[in-house]
Write a protein that binds this ligand. Structure first.
Ligand SMILES: C[S@@+](CC[C@H](N)C(=O)[O-])C[C@H]1O[C@@H](n2cnc3c(N)ncnc32)[C@H](O)[C@@H]1O
Length: 376
């Protein structure tokens, strides 16, 4: 199994290929990314044996921006016999079993497809196929664990047609915990816009569940730049924050009714936090050039106006990967130059379209005299 399969939103295969090439090269691993446009899947073939496994362990999954999942896979099994697709799949796992002890720690089998319109029909097949395949794997002594173990692995079969699949695994401590790499979120009926799901997914992705109430709660103040009609503000208010919603547009009446927002019909690039108010969270979904947004966020952090931020970078341009790299580097350099220590993560979320979502959290603070101060 010397390939990595990486899922993505259709149309972003080139970004995934560029990213995995970079991340692999940083670790001295070289290979070839097979890109088929609009397939929602990139296969990265490593030149040396064992290197796909090394990448799956060593590239922190949360540092991959455009990939939704990272799976070590075999060559494509083709022309599977509709009477018995299971035996060749089991055989692939048997081949690695003697020298791959994590197989004994396998916890689940996910029979998946890439997320394309055409693959929707295949999904029904995948669902049906899961039960007999799971039984066959259990018979071999695998999938013994009932609960998902962080130290274990998840087995994957990635079907490209009903007679062709890749067979493989991902590490539970370094993968997306969601089937097909897609968190299934329910649209809250009282939310003002569908983009509310972007911020909900971002919070789920970037903030560990156990930290959520400590990091987002009723003692906090938020600013939402480009807030209308209020999908993002809704997520903050729902978690108890009081929100300054900055936008010339109209906010949903239901948000005004909560008494937890103040609508500020101003330019998001000029807005400053109200005097004597320490803002905890800045969120920003304005449609603007990514470098302008990155610079704006850096201004807020450097001025000590907020400590944590989630924002979108819109990517209507062709060279999306390069643009993202430049913006994140610019942001990181501006903060580092002033002595700020921070955690920066970025992800092309399932609910993002031509954009990515970025999260930044300060680990120390900026004193009024401009000297960095370390947070307690
Ligand atoms: C994608 S929408 C935001 C949707 C919002 N996050 C939600 O969940 O409902 C972008 C918003 O940014 C606002 N916007 C664009 N440029 C702005 C600026 N310079 N200052 C303030 N708002 C701006 C637009 O008026 C628009 O309402």
């Amino acid at each position: 199994m010397n390939k990595l399969a990486l899922y993505c939103r259709i149309g972003f295969e080139k970004e995934v290929a560029a990213e995995i090439n970079d991340k692999a090269a940083e670790r001295g691993v070289f290979g070839f990314a097979r890109v088929q446009e609009n397939s929602g899947l990139v296969i990265f073939e490593c030149y040396q044996a064992g290197e796909a496994d090394l990448l799956a362990r060593e590239i922190p999954f949360n540092q991959l921006i455009f990939a939704r999942q990272m799976i070590v896979v075999s060559d494509l099994l083709q022309d599977l016999n509709p009477e018995d697709r299971i035996s060749p799949i089991i055989e692939k796992y048997r081949q690695i079993a003697p020298h791959f002890s994590p197989l004994k720690q396998s916890t689940e089998i996910w029979v998946e497809t890439a997320d394309t319109n055409e693959a929707k029909a295949l999904s029904a097949f995948c669902r049906k196929f899961t039960v007999p395949l799971r039984q066959a794997l259990k018979k071999e002594g695998w999938l013994k664990f009932k609960e998902i173990k962080r130290s274990g692995i998840t087995l994957h079969c990635v079907f490209t047609a009903n007679n062709a699949c890749y067979v493989g695994y991902s590490y539970n401590n370094n993968h997306s915990a969601h089937f097909m790499g897609i968190p299934r979120l329910k649209f809250p009926a009282d939310a003002p816009s569908r983009s509310t799901l972007k911020l909900e997914e971002a919070i789920l992705t970037f903030i560990p569940k156990e930290d959520e109430s400590k990091r987002l709660n009723e003692n906090m103040l938020g600013v939402d730049l480009g807030a209308c009609p209020g999908g993002w503000t809704y997520q903050l208010v729902r978690r108890g924050l009081f929100v300054y919603a900055v936008d010339h547009g109209k906010m949903a009446a239901s948000l005004h009714d909560t008494g937890r927002i103040e609508h500020c019909p101003e330019d998001g690039f000029k807005f400053q936090p109200p005097k004597r108010k320490q803002i905890d969270w800045l969120v920003c979904d304005m449609v603007e050039q990514p470098s302008r947004i990155a610079h704006l966020i850096s201004k807020w952090l450097l001025n000590g106006w907020c400590r944590e931020s989630i924002f979108n970078l819109k990517l209507p341009m062709k060279k999306r990967y390069q643009e993202v790299r430049q913006c994140l580097q610019q942001l990181a350099e501006e903060l580092t130059a002033q002595g700020l220590i921070f955690r920066l993560q970025a992800k092309h979320l399932y609910h993002d379209r031509e954009e990515i979502t970025v999260h930044i959290q300060l680990k120390n603070g900026q004193a009024k005299n401009g000297q960095p101060k370390t947070a307690v």
